[in-house]
Design a protein around this ligand. Structure first.
Ligand code: FE
Ligand code: MN
Length: 477
């Protein structure tokens, strides 16, 4: 298969796949905005003066989901090519991609958050059909009263890996361009923007009274077709950083607070030495964020649930001021077990923000819609089992050549599978004792190379911050 061949020929260019395969196998077995038109016309945004005092002072609720990796049902027939693609992949629940999005539409219609952020990797591999179908679902979310704001991820644009699956064949599917993206998602950010960056698909939007979002396009897609693969790593262009600074000044005129959203991570969310997750210019970006008093980033990309705080938090900077802690919340992939997203609140009076990972209610959606598929009616167990099984199988493959007995291998694979389930959900360090008590844990320690045991202990390392909940206060601009 073309894709497999590319992966093995260029292993170094695809750290995301490398990481996930490490996780699933071994371990987890695992603008110058100066010259950018900064529209000063903010009418039509939710803070227009027509808002009542109450509107402006009530806490708002909003959601963030990422890495939805939506695949249009019409692009797969469930046949052998699709099945082998899914089982060889990184744990995405592609067979039920449509059902997952339907459950999100259903959840949103019930709870009616003020807005929903999707922070990139909207589609499996940027298929035009997937983008069109997803946009139609987002429109339904908006019809129920929730605004939607999106940015692209590294899989969404100019993706030469866009495929459909028929019988035993993968067929090249149509991809989309950056211009297509802004047209398809015009109602989900681009038309509502207070300002758009000239040099990327970044924009600023006034999402609620006193709250702006800086939706940053950190992906690098212009060379994808030339390379023959989607470039994984990301960065924020110097011109985009300058444009962000101008947006901050504009927000300051309204004394608004700002949340920054990007697909790539600002901070490291794993101690593994793989590149491609954190922004290439994370240091420069961090300096810019600190200078602009931007202290909350929402990201995705790594597919695992993890919250980190600026390691310099609380220290004294060169100018004698205390460094404001910047948080980076990496929400786990919506497409991967446990299929969660972040439920958040913002209180305009105190500027306090809360975040809590919540499970998508697929079972509730299935029951309310007369679905008879038992996998969907019992989705929580089904999804965890299939994710665990995939991890188990990859661990067994990884141990194939080792000197362990079959029984020992099974015990090690079981431990790795359980660790993987917790690691992706963000609860590995919480449940570390129970995981360490599994018989397979000691066996991994005995492994000669020692790489895996080191890796496992890094996953189980105690952590001060919760990965699934956060309370913090946004800086006022
Ligand atoms: Fe992704
Ligand atoms: Mn990504």
């Amino acid at each position: 298969m073309i894709i497999t061949a590319l992966k093995s020929r260029f292993p170094s260019i695809n750290p995301a796949i490398l990481m996930v395969s490490l996780l699933l196998t071994a371990a987890a077995l695992l603008s110058g905005c100066k010259d950018t038109q900064l529209s000063s016309d903010v009418s039509g945004t939710p803070t227009s003066t027509a808002d009542s005092y109450e509107d402006r002072t009530q806490p708002v609720s909003f959601w963030v989901a990422t890495d939805t990796h939506y695949l249009d049902k019409a692009l797969q027939d469930g046949g052998p090519a699709f099945q082998s693609y899914v089982s060889g992949g990184d744990g995405k629940m592609l067979p039920y991609s449509d059902e997952l999005m339907e459950a999100l539409v259903h959840d949103a219609a019930k709870v009616k958050p003020r807005f929903l952020i999707l922070s990139g990797d909207l589609t499996n591999n940027g298929e035009a059909g997937s983008h069109t179908e997803l946009a139609a679902k987002l429109k339904r979310i908006e019809e129920h009263g929730t605004s939607v704001y999106v940015i692209p991820g590294n899989h969404d644009l100019f993706n030469p890996w866009a495929r459909s699956f028929k019988d035993d064949k993968q067929i090249i599917a149509e991809h989309i361009t950056d211009t297509d993206f802004t047209e398809l998602y015009a109602d989900f950010g681009y038309n509502e923007a207070v300002s758009r960056d000239k040099n990327s698909l970044s924009y600023a939007v006034n999402a609620a009274p006193g709250l702006w979002l800086l939706m940053i396009d950190s992906s690098q897609y212009v060379n994808n077709l030339k390379y023959g693969f989607p470039q994984t790593d990301g960065r924020i262009l110097p011109a985009t950083l300058a444009w962000m600074n101008d947006c901050v000044e504009l927000a300051a005129e309204q004394q608004a607070s700002i949340i920054t959203v990007m697909h790539h991570n600002l901070l490291s969310h794993t101690s593994m030495s793989v590149s491609g997750f954190k922004l290439n210019n994370s240091q420069e970006t961090m300096t810019a964020l600190r200078k602009d008093n931007l202290n909350l980033v929402l990201s995705g990309h790594i597919h695992m649930q993890d919250i980190q705080r600026d390691p310099l938090a609380g220290q004294t900077a060169a100018d004698g001021l205390t460094v404001t802690p910047v948080f980076d919340i990496a929400t786990s992939a919506f497409a991967v077990n446990p299929h969660q997203y972040g439920r958040m609140t913002f209180d305009p009076r105190s500027r306090k923000v809360t975040y809590k990972a919540a499970s998508l209610d697929v079972e509730g959606w299935a029951a309310d819609n007369g679905i008879t598929d038992s996998n969907l009616l019992n989705f929580t167990a089904y999804a965890e089992n299939s994710f665990a099984k995939g991890s188990y199988n990859k661990a067994m493959q990884n141990l194939e050549e080792s000197g362990f007995s079959v029984e020992e291998k099974q015990s090690m694979a079981e431990m790795m599978s359980s660790l993987n389930v917790h690691y992706f959900a963000g609860t590995a360090s919480v449940d570390a004792e129970a995981i360490k008590a599994m018989p397979g844990y000691m066996l991994w320690q005995r492994q000669k190379e020692g790489f895996m045991s080191g890796y496992i202990s890094s996953m189980l390392k105690p952590k001060e911050l919760s990965n699934t909940e956060l309370e913090m206060t946004l800086t006022r601009q």
